[in-house]
Write a protein that binds this ligand. Structure first.
Ligand code: FRU
Ligand code: FRU
Ligand code: FRU
Length: 492
């Protein structure tokens, strides 16, 4: 176990499972999240990583190859999966979906212009026999212009964008694409006329794969599945900066035949009057490092109230869903618990979510990366992995110095501070992510393409980066391999 600095003890979590419908929400507490700082070396000098190597993504080199041959910016990416998270190739083609944007935009403008595109490449080729950039062919956009805007009653939006989700392969080559359909209502100066409107949505299409390439048809209609309800999941009326997005569907091994979805939300409090309680803080009795509820509520930490939502499908077509209470809250811990997903291993449910350094609450600090929680079921008293900190794979980061911004990294920061984000955990512990910024203030490059795939090993309530994978822990660029082939012979 890594050395820890003095600080509070993490919250005791039992990992005990509750029924998915139960009204129990696990807390990622301040006591837990303060373990991140306890894992950080206070003596780490300028530009060096202060976090344990076992929880740090190996440094990504600056001279990365571009997977789209500079056709589009690429960030959040997801494979074609079944209900168990297996990744499929179809007729010998691997297929992935990515948020893409026009290269004429600055990389930080991408969120308001994001569209879902797709890529394909031949399956079953060893990494070292592929082109360095992963060997993907950009297939274009999934939706025709105008399709994803149709669900909004108010058509006066200024920007209409498609945000992250997940894609399920069904019988006969049908693809159910779950995504976040978003409308922004802004004036010419960029100010909100009214809060943006993110909705969890479904569109259905078909994949046509031959040895010559992949075409998608359908995706000409969108079904609005879920809008934040204000009871479990914060709405735009409660907070114009609310988060509600990133659906990931799966089957719970404990409840075969049902389909569930996890997604990013916020606790449904009014932004100005939000408060946290003793359970959100999670300190043990008599902990000398404990904070008081009053002190935390008097700080700005109450602005960071992320949660991970759960919903259950009401029909086999997966077009009707009902909200269940959130499975995890991060009140006064972080505001963004993005792209949540489940991995089931050794009878345990592992919940992963990505979070930014900048979205942690006042008094909490931790790297950009993917965080993990383990329990006995999909609703559990989740134990944050690795000394209670939750960190599974962070960028090389020096918590002794500020981070700056991806467009202006801090002079003392490790060049890898913003190297990767939007990590997605794949079968076998492989993890893919996109490159944001590599370098420090005097010399940095923006990404817009996928990072090298890395590997983490999960073991109970710990995990570690596998440095024997690839080259010192870095695998192929943009490597998202299928582990199951549908018609692997390439039969049409
Ligand atoms: C019922 C149930 C509960 C158990 C949980 C485990 O839905 O089997 O009895 O606590 O699910 O997943
Ligand atoms: C993560 C993310 C997602 C969102 C998308 C928008 O990188 O913030 O939560 O769907 O990017 O671009
Ligand atoms: C796709 C499919 C999926 C299922 C998988 C395994 O062809 O039928 O519906 O998840 O294959 O049977």
């Amino acid at each position: 176990a890594p050395d820890v600095q003095p600080g509070p003890e993490p919250t005791v979590h039992t990992q005990e499972a509750y029924a998915p419908e139960d009204d129990f929400t696990s807390k990622w507490t301040r006591a837990d999240a303060r373990q991140l700082a306890r894992l950080s070396d206070p003596a780490a000098p300028s530009r060096e990583n202060s976090m344990p190597a076992s929880l740090t993504m190996p440094e990504v080199p600056k001279d990365f190859p571009d997977m789209s041959n500079e056709q589009v910016w690429v960030w959040d990416t997801w494979p074609l999966t079944d209900e168990d998270g297996n990744q499929y190739s179809v007729n010998g083609q691997e297929i992935i979906f990515s948020l893409v944007a026009d290269r004429s935009l600055g990389f930080d403008e991408r969120h308001h212009y994001a569209k879902i595109g797709y890529f394909f490449r031949p399956a079953g080729v060893p990494t070292d026999e592929r082109p360095e950039n992963g060997g993907w062919t950009y297939g274009g956009l999934v939706f025709d212009e105008g399709v994803t805007g149709q669900i909004f009653e108010d058509q006066s939006f200024s920007h209409q964008t498609q945000w992250s989700g997940s894609a399920r392969i069904m019988k006969g080559g049908e693809i159910k694409l779950f995504f976040t359909d978003v409308a922004f209502y802004r004036d010419a100066a960029g100010a909100d006329v009214k809060p943006y409107d993110p909705r969890i949505a479904l569109s259905v299409g078909k994949v046509h794969a031959t040895p010559n390439g992949v075409k998608l048809t359908g995706f000409d209609k969108v079904t609005d599945l879920l809008q934040a309800d204000g009871t479990y999941y914060q709405t735009g009326e409660q907070n114009p900066y609310f988060n509600f997005r990133d659906p990931f569907t799966f089957e719970d091994p404990a409840h075969p035949g049902e389909t569930y979805m996890v997604f990013e939300g916020n606790s449904a409090m009014q932004r100005e009057s939000a408060t946290c309680d003793a359970e959100d803080l999670g300190y043990r009795e008599g902990d000398p490092y404990a904070e008081t509820v009053e002190a935390v509520n008097a700080s700005s930490a109450t602005l960071q109230i992320g949660n991970i939502g759960l919903a259950k499908a009401k029909n086999d077509e997966l077009t009707e869903w009902e909200f269940l209470p959130p499975i995890l809250s991060a009140n006064c811990v972080t505001d963004q618990t993005e792209r949540p997903q489940f991995v089931f291993k050794d009878g345990k449910a592992y919940l992963f979510t990505i979070s930014h350094r900048s979205t942690f609450a006042d008094g909490i600090d931790g790297p950009e990366g993917v965080y993990a929680f383990v329990g006995d079921g999909i609703r559990s008293d989740f134990q944050p992995l690795n000394n209670g900190s939750g960190l599974a794979l962070g960028n090389p980061t020096n918590l002794n110095y500020p981070g700056g911004q991806p467009f202006a990294p801090n002079v003392d920061q490790h060049p890898g501070h913003f190297q990767a984000y939007s990590h997605y955990v794949m079968p076998g512990g492989l993890v893919q992510s996109f490159i944001d910024t590599i370098g420090t203030s005097d010399n940095f490059v923006r990404g817009g393409t996928l990072a090298p795939t890395v590997k983490i090993d999960l073991d109970g309530d710990t995990s570690a980066v596998d440095y024997s994978y690839g080259s010192d822990g870095l695998g192929g660029w943009a490597d998202i391999p299928a582990n199951i082939d549908v018609n692997p012979g390439g039969k049409v």
